[in-house]
Design a protein around this ligand. Structure first.
Ligand code: ATP
Ligand code: MG
Length: 231
C-alpha cells in the first residue's frame, strides 16, 4: 500500500495541556480510515493537523514527499485548495448561496473538477440545486457539504463527525456515499466518529486516547455500509 500522508511524532500543546502527544502514522492511499476515541481525546485536533488547518507544536506532516507542516501560509493554502476536502459536523454552507453555488464555489481554478452532474446525482441532491441551505433538511445539507468538499477532486477527504447530526437513515446514506466516492474517484478518507458501526465499514480503525495512538487495527472484512445496524 502506498503512503499518501504521514505524521512523525506530532504534538499539539495548548498552554500546558498536550492535546496531541506524539502521534506517528502512515495513511495509505485510497483507504477509508476511521478515527475513534473518547470525547476530548484529540481526534479533531489530530485531523486538523493532518489536513493543514492547524500547525503542530512539534513533529512533521508529510504529503507524499513534501513536508506540509513546514509549508509557508500561501503554500499551505494552495495545497488545501487543490488536494484537500473537509466535511464538518456543522456543514458550514453559505446561507445566501444556492445549493449549486455552494458546491461550485470550491472548484479550484486550473484543476479539472469532478462532473457536477454525476456527483449531484450520486448524492441525490440534483433536484434541489436552486434551493438555499435554510430550505433543506440536515441530511440534504450534509450531502451538499460533501459535494462541495469533493467537487474539486481532492486526493484527501477529512470528515469530522460528518454524520454526527444525522439520523440513522441519513447517516447510512452518507457513509455509503463516502465509500462509493472512494471507489469511484480513488479518494483517501479520514473520518472521526463515535459510531462503532461506521468503524466496522472502514479499512482501518485508529483509536486515540489522551492524545496518543492507542490502537491501530486493519479491518480484514469490513462490512458494507448497507449492513450497518444501529444499536
Ligand atoms: N483551540 C483550543 N484551545 C485550547 N484547547 C483546545 C483547543 N482545541 C481543543 N482543545 C482541547 O483539546 C482537547 C482535545 O480536543 P479535540 O477537539 O481534539 O477532542 P475530540 O477527540 O475531537 O473530542 P470530541 O469527540 O468531543 O469531538 C480537549 O480537551 C479540548 O478542550
Ligand atoms: Mg472532535
Amino acid at each position: 500500500m502506498k503512503t499518501i500522508l504521514k505524521s512523525e511524532n506530532i504534538k499539539k500543546k495548548y498552554g500546558k495541556e498536550s492535546v496531541v502527544d506524539g502521534i506517528s502514522l502512515d495513511i495509505y492511499e485510497n483507504t477509508f480510515t476511521v478515527i475513534c476515541g473518547p470525547s476530548g481525546s484529540g481526534k479533531s485536533t489530530l485531523l486538523n493537523i493532518l489536513s493543514g488547518l492547524i500547525r503542530p507544536t512539534a513533529g512533521k506532516v508529510w504529503y507524499e514527499d513534501k513536508v506540509i507542516s513546514d509549508y509557508s501560509e500561501p503554500q499551505l493554502a494552495d495545497w488545501k485548495r487543490l488536494e484537500v476536502g473537509n466535511v464538518f459536523q456543522s456543514y458550514m454552507l453559505l446561507n445566501n448561496l444556492t445549493v449549486e453555488e455552494n458546491i461550485k464555489i470550491s472548484i479550484a481554478p486550473g484543476k479539472t473538477p469532478l462532473s457536477f452532474d454525476r456527483l449531484t446525482r450520486m448524492l441525490e441532491i440534483d433536484s434541489i440545486l436552486d434551493k438555499f441551505p435554510a430550505q433543506l433538511s440536515g441530511g440534504q445539507q450534509q450531502r451538499v457539504a460533501i459535494a462541495r468538499a469533493v467537487i474539486k477532486a481532492p486526493r484527501l477527504l477529512f470528515c469530522d463527525e460528518a454524520t454526527g447530526a444525522l439520523d440513522e437513515a441519513n447517516s447510512k446514506k452518507v457513509v455509503e456515499l463516502l465509500h462509493s466516492l472512494k471507489s469511484a474517484f480513488g479518494v483517501t478518507i479520514l473520518f472521526t466518529t463515535h459510531n462503532a458501526q461506521i468503524a466496522e465499514t472502514a479499512d482501518r480503525v485508529l483509536t486515540i486516547k489522551n492524545g496518543m495512538l492507542h490502537k491501530d487495527v486493519m479491518n480484514e472484512n469490513p462490512i458494507s455500509a448497507k449492513d450497518m445496524v444501529w444499536g
